[in-house]
Design a protein around this ligand. Structure first.
Ligand code: GTP
Ligand code: SPV
Ligand code: MN
Length: 653
């Protein structure tokens, strides 16, 4: 018999009493335990009530225990006590360092080989290849998602990587909800992981609770999220910074038909917090297509003008291109107010009145640290001063955090330990924090969190905004002519590469809809799905494009950004209200000169809004060949029509 069985609680308690720390159980103890249990092959349930789990969850865990061979199963309940127990253990082990300067904050340093999402090792598994990826032109390597056959996935994951991958480790069972627990737009997942850092992070980023078992009922549907750092005991690879991982063998696979995710080898961010990109974007985008809604890489904010009128905006920018900053914007214009609902992911659905309603499926922020400071984003700085896990930032001698951008916020000559553990001070060579270092903190403690942020019905979206890092040619803001043109602008989205993934250098990359790394199905079908949403009885949001990152000839940003982005939101809100402040151009509706409130700024209209013809001729040419090469025959006609119209307008510029 090779079954997980439920040990009597008294046995478990005895075991707990015999060990200071659960993870200290040895294989010897395991043998003793099995003896006590009458020699059955089993693993102990170290925490939680096995019998209280729904039958399909028990089956799911049992199957994966057989595959991964952990030494015990720890069923999480999401409580503070549980977090404290796990935190204490991690501090004792050296994986976390308490940051004495703040309340309940910790620093974690990863193995320097495990610092970002690994897009090259991320796959979607479907029987039919073209369900996942478009028909690319012959000889072209597709960049809009990677497909793997079920046979290859079975071999790579189930046969090669996962057998015995949790040996000597505890398997944590994390029940979580994306969206408010029990909400009509919410979805449930159960993550299995052998990494306690993931447990602590998941309970910040998602809603982890025993209530999930009630939501599931007897046999409710959940997304299966199976994660291992791929470092069974005895260890094969030297552990660096107490951060076990297996970077050479990282692989992240998604099975949309089975609503399943298997991730191996990495403990970092989107690779391991499976509720985030894997579930809430890749799996959810596929569910959303089947069910007629949208799962997008978008922030959600409410912006209120001095007259007290509020609009809701969803904005899609690629990774590390400013979503968190915009979502928490502190307006530089008097009388304006921005409130945050989400900083990374939006699930959106048209309601019976034809309004697009958005919820934030997450419960926390996993924000880019570098560049964040009291001037650029005071709200984020305040949000992460308690109950936060910082990963790969620097630490000051007095137990505070430090990263690039905080130079003016620490004492001069402060001694700093870098993310690599080196002694350092401002002005020294190198960096204190990794460029993709992050803070992970509960959204509820954000001082400008919107009172509707957990409303299960979501908020009605008035405008959708696309944007990226475009050093050249692309104006500060412009508006799509209509929905179809807006979808084309999204499809043509590009940005300079950032440190959020493994790419190096500053090349401009296509990142359509800011979803390139997160597509769960054929990108052509995805564009068709967006197109099909447009119905006369619906109130379609207006679509805009922004660029905070244009440079002048001296390499300086032509726009101050951050709090001054309220001036762009102001213009967007006025357009939503139908104000006559736009003038058509080849690429969309541009602000009429002077219609943007630039009071008190010293910026050049020309530098922010000029449309260099040569640039745009090349841009549309390049976009056209990109879409032909990468989406091929899957590109909806409506989109190729929009590209053709844009090309013609540019020709006539
Ligand atoms: P992910 O969490 O990776 O999805 O990133 P994000 O889109 O939330 O990006 P975030 O807001 O964290 O910003 C990333 C970097 O861009 C930070 O270093 C910011 O300081 C910088 N940034 C954000 N907004 C602006 C802006 O308006 N102007 C300039 N110049 N930089 C900005
Ligand atoms: C992103 O890369 O867009 C992120 C960070 O939000 S991660 O969770 O690592 O995907
Ligand atoms: Mn993101």
């Amino acid at each position: 018999m090779n079954e997980i069985i439920s040990p009597k609680m008294e046995t478990v308690n005895n075991m707990r009493n015999r060990h200071d720390s659960l993870a200290d159980l040895t294989s010897r103890d395991m043998e003793d335990f099995m003896e006590e249990m009458g020699g059955e092959i089993s693993v102990p349930v170290l925490n939680g009530d096995w019998d209280a789990l729904p039958a399909n969850v028990r089956k799911y865990i049992a199957e994966n225990v057989r595959l991964c061979r952990p030494k015990g199963v720890f069923i999480c309940d999401g409580s503070d006590e549980e977090a404290e127990e796990i935190t204490e253990k991690m501090v004792n082990r050296g994986l976390l360092t308490k940051l004495d300067k703040y309340e309940n904050c910790y620093l974690c340093r990863t193995d320097p080989a495990d610092v970002a999402r690994v897009e090259g090792r991320t796959f979607i598994v479907t029987k039919e290849k073209f369900e996942t990826v478009p028909h690319v032109q012959e000889g072209v390597k597709g960049i809009l998602g990677q497909w793997m056959s079920p046979e290859d996935a079975e071999r790579e994951m189930v046969q090669d990587r996962f057998p015995g991958c949790m040996k000597g480790r505890v398997m944590y069972v994390i029940p979580f909800s994306m969206g408010p627990v029990g909400g009509a737009l919410s979805k449930v997942g159960v993550q299995l992981t052998d990494f306690n850092y993931v447990v602590l992070s998941m309970r910040i980023m998602t809603r982890v609770s025993s209530k999930i078992w009630d939501v599931l009922g007897e046999n409710g549907e959940f997304v299966q999220c199976i994660h291992s750092i791929g470092a069974p005991r005895p260890l094969q690879r030297k552990v660096i910074n107490h951060w076990p991982c297996n970077p050479e063998r990282i692989m992240i696979t998604h099975f949309p038909d089975q609503r399943k995710i298997m991730s191996y080898g990495s403990g970092y961010g989107g690779n391991s917090l499976l509720g985030k990109k894997c579930f809430a974007l890749r799996i959810a985008s596929r569910i959303a297509k089947d069910e007629g809604w949208l799962a997008e890489h978008m922030l959600i904010l409410g912006v209120t003008n001095p007259q007290g009128e509020e609009k809701f905006i969803a904005a899609a920018f690629p990774s590390a291109c400013g979503k968190t900053n915009l979502a928490m914007l502190t307006p530089s214009l008097p009388g304006w107010k921005v409130r945050c609902l989400g900083d990374d992911i939006a699930w959106m659905r048209f309601d019976d009145e034809g309004r697009l309603r958005a919820i934030n499926p997450e419960a926390g922020f996993f924000g880019v640290a570098p560049g964040t400071n009291k001037k650029t984003n005071p709200v984020a700085m305040e949000t992460c001063m308690k109950n936060t896990i910082f990963t790969n930032v620097g630490m000051t001698a007095d137990g505070g955090v430090f990263w690039e951008g905080m130079e003016k916020e620490i004492e001069r000559e402060q001694k700093i330990t870098t993310w690599l553990g080196d002694q350092w001070k401002v002005g020294d060579k190198g960096k204190a924090a990794h460029p993709n270092s992050r803070f992970c903190c509960p959204a509820s403690q954000c001082p400008i969190i919107h009172d509707k942020w957990e409303d299960p019905a979501g908020v009605p979206i008035d405008a959708i905004v696309f944007g990226g890092r475009r050093p050249e040619g692309v104006p500060l803001v412009f508006e799509a002519f209509d929905w179809e043109h807006g979808v084309m602008l999204g499809a043509a989205l590009k940005s300079e590469a950032t440190a959020a993934a493994e790419f190096k250098g500053k090349q401009i990359m296509h990142d359509p809809m800011a979803m390139r790394p997160f597509m769960g199905y054929n990108f052509g079908d995805y564009l068709q799905h967006w197109s099909d949403l447009n119905k006369p009885e619906r109130q379609m949001p207006k679509i805009f494009h922004v660029n905070w990152f244009r440079l002048n000839d001296n390499g300086k940003f032509v726009w101050p950004g951050f709090g001054d982005n309220i001036r762009v939101l102001d213009w967007i809100c006025r357009r939503v209200n139908g104000e006559d402040i736009a003038v058509p151009s080849a690429i969309g509706q541009l602000p009429v000169e002077g219609s943007l409130n630039l009071k008190g700024l010293n910026v050049s209209w020309e530098e922010n809004f000029s449309l260099p013809k040569k640039y745009w001729v090349e841009d549309i040419e390049e976009t056209k060949s990109f879409l032909q090469a990468q989406v091929g025959c899957d590109l909806p006609l409506t989109i190729s029509d929009e590209v053709a119209k844009q090309e013609e307008r540019i020709r006539l510029m």
